[in-house]
Design a protein around this ligand. Structure first.
Ligand SMILES: [Mn+2]
Length: 314
């Protein structure tokens, strides 16, 4: 790690960091990097607290305080290549197309795209891009989130952050939800029918936290290739207080890491995102925790094996 300055208060004397872990690793040749970090400072459909547009830059800044040893291995050795931030101006369709294209480029190169948000709605084009690059294969999604995000639309917008999982399920991707603890009555009903149809399973926060669940068996019907979306509000706000919509009673730190390790060990992870960090002055612990979680998630995927290693799909 380098330096002592931290937090969302930017150091005016230094240009902002542009790359994940740039203090520790050189920008590799993208063809040799198993992970491609894609910053997406997109924020359109905020429902409560704002600020997620600043998420990617804050995570990248905080990543420069990380140790490269994550407690288990040195995931940076797999190669982490950081893209320039996606241009998030223009229409939603235009921005979503850019997100899909970047994720398709990364996945098409055999790398695991690691998308940094930004609001949660970006997971839909990210999943679409990954799936397209992999030839439209069945793709499951494992979602860490305080919210189900299954509304058909929210405030008239079907592409809102509160509807992102509805779009993903509708696109044919089965979903496993972990850590949910805030739902609308309509979402409760929809979940019931999706559970019966083997298109969704959920292990909600109350179950996971009160029973201290840290590993679980993914359902047989979940495809072998998966995308993991981490809405940071899945974690308890005592760990990550700076999100758009914090909810009490969230997942614990080591529990989240163990769940990630458990999920990654059971499937081939072909894409990943970390979304909804809303940097707030004085809460740089949240930014560091988000960077650390991003790196730990990279580590879990790396230890389980990526396509980049030449491991054949199962
Ligand atoms: Mn969410």
């Amino acid at each position: 790690m380098t330096g002592t300055s931290a937090g969302s208060g930017k150091d005016p004397k230094r240009p902002p960091h542009k790359r994940f872990l740039e203090s520790e690793i050189a920008q590799p040749d993208p063809a040799e990097a198993a992970f491609h970090v894609i910053p997406v400072p997109y924020e359109r459909t905020v429902s409560y607290g704002g600020g997620t547009a600043g998420g990617p830059e804050a995570i990248i800044a905080a990543s420069n305080q990380l140790e490269v040893f994550d407690g288990h291995s040195v995931p940076a050795e797999a190669g982490i290549y950081t893209y320039a931030a996606i241009n998030c101006s223009g229409s939603r369709q235009t921005v979503f197309a850019r997100i899909s294209a970047a994720c398709a480029e990364a996945a098409g190169a055999g790398a695991v795209p690691v998308v940094l948000g930004g609001e949660h709605s970006i997971s839909f084009p990210a999943v679409e891009g990954v799936r397209r690059a992999l030839g439209g294969i069945p793709l499951g999604v494992v979602q860490f989130d305080a919210h189900a995000d299954l509304r058909r639309e929210y405030e008239g917008d079907p592409y809102s952050h509160a509807s992102v999982m509805h779009r993903i399920v509708d696109a044919g991707c089965p979903v496993v939800q972990l850590g949910v603890r805030a739902l609308s009555p309509g979402e409760v009903l929809l979940r019931r029918s999706l559970v019966e149809a083997h298109r969704l399973r959920h292990h909600d926060a109350e179950e996971l936290v009160t029973r201290r669940v840290s590993r679980l068996a993914l359902p047989d019907w979940l495809p072998q290739w998966i995308y993991i979306t981490i809405d940071l509000d899945a974690l308890d706000p005592s760990i990550i207080p700076a999100t758009g919509t914090p909810e009490p009673g969230g997942l614990e730190w080591y529990q989240t890491l163990a769940l990630l390790e458990s999920v990654a060990a059971q499937r081939r992870v072909v894409g990943l995102d970390v979304v909804e960090l809303a940097p707030a002055f004085g809460l740089h612990m949240a930014e560091f925790a988000a960077a650390r979680l991003t790196y730990q998630a990279i580590g879990c995927v790396h230890r389980a094996g990526t396509r980049h290693d030449g491991t054949p799909p199962t």
